[in-house]
Write a protein that binds this ligand. Structure first.
Ligand SMILES: [Zn+2]
Length: 221
């Protein structure tokens, strides 16, 4: 995997801090609260994941002004955190983006695992979902979960991160893309167990409709 320059690393940490500070009272905070994905305490969850709002972009981040910022946090050996990358989501209802509603990566950025802190903090069990918010939702339900940034973003080298776990719950969307995602991931993970969501549902919509306990029940069955 490509190493990052110290300058890029510093920029990502600075950007994460700046966008996180701009979150309170922003449209991004409103969006997170309205989706109800982050539980009762939106503040505690945004704090944990350092979600942010791009009010005042750092150099190179101008195209993401006004967007929700999702940093990919990593633990460092000295107990601090660093930032592998940031992805963004446009929140404006009537915007000019052809791919509005999709998450945007920094140019040239390869797919990475989201919420790898779940991997270093826990032994067993662990989950994998499609997307950052499903990973947060499943983690909130009590299953430490990493996210793959999109149904087609799984990479074979991701398997190494999960090799030491007895079981890996692979939670996938109830659609064709979700089933293809699960097939790919399970082919790479001998310890993987597929957990399908109902038709047309993802982890977040499932938990919103049926509650946190329902996700745990689904995994047990
Ligand atoms: Zn847009």
């Amino acid at each position: 995997m490509a190493r990052q320059s110290p300058a890029r690393k510093r920029l990502l940490v600075e950007a994460t801090k700046r966008y996180y500070q701009a979150l309170p009272g922003s449209p991004a905070e409103e969006h997170l609260a309205s989706r109800g994905l982050l539980g009762q305490s939106v503040a505690a969850e945004t704090d944990r994941y350092r979600l942010g709002y791009v009010a005042d972009p750092l150099p190179g981040h101008e195209p993401y002004r006004g967007m929700l910022a999702i940093p990919y946090l990593r633990a460092t050996l000295d107990g601090q955190w660093s930032v592998a990358t940031i992805r963004f989501r446009c929140l404006r209802p009537n915007c000019e983006h052809a791919d509005h509603g999709k998450y945007m990566s920094l140019p040239g950025d390869p797919p990475r695992l989201y919420n790898t802190l779940a991997i270093v903090n826990n032994d067993d069990p662990i989950g994998i979902t499609e997307g950052e918010f499903d990973a947060q939702t499943a983690s909130l339900c009590g299953i430490p979960t990493t996210g793959v940034p999109g149904a087609d973003a799984w990479r074979p080298h991701f398997r190494d991160a999960f090799a030491g776990f007895e079981r890996v719950w692979v939670m996938y969307d109830g659609d064709k893309a979700g089933r293809m995602f699960a097939t790919k991931v399970l082919a790479d993970l001998p310890n993987g167990v597929g957990i399908p969501m109902p038709d047309k549902e993802d982890v977040s919509s499932f938990v919103a409709a049926h509650g946190r306990g329902a996700l745990l029940e689904r995994i047990k069955t």
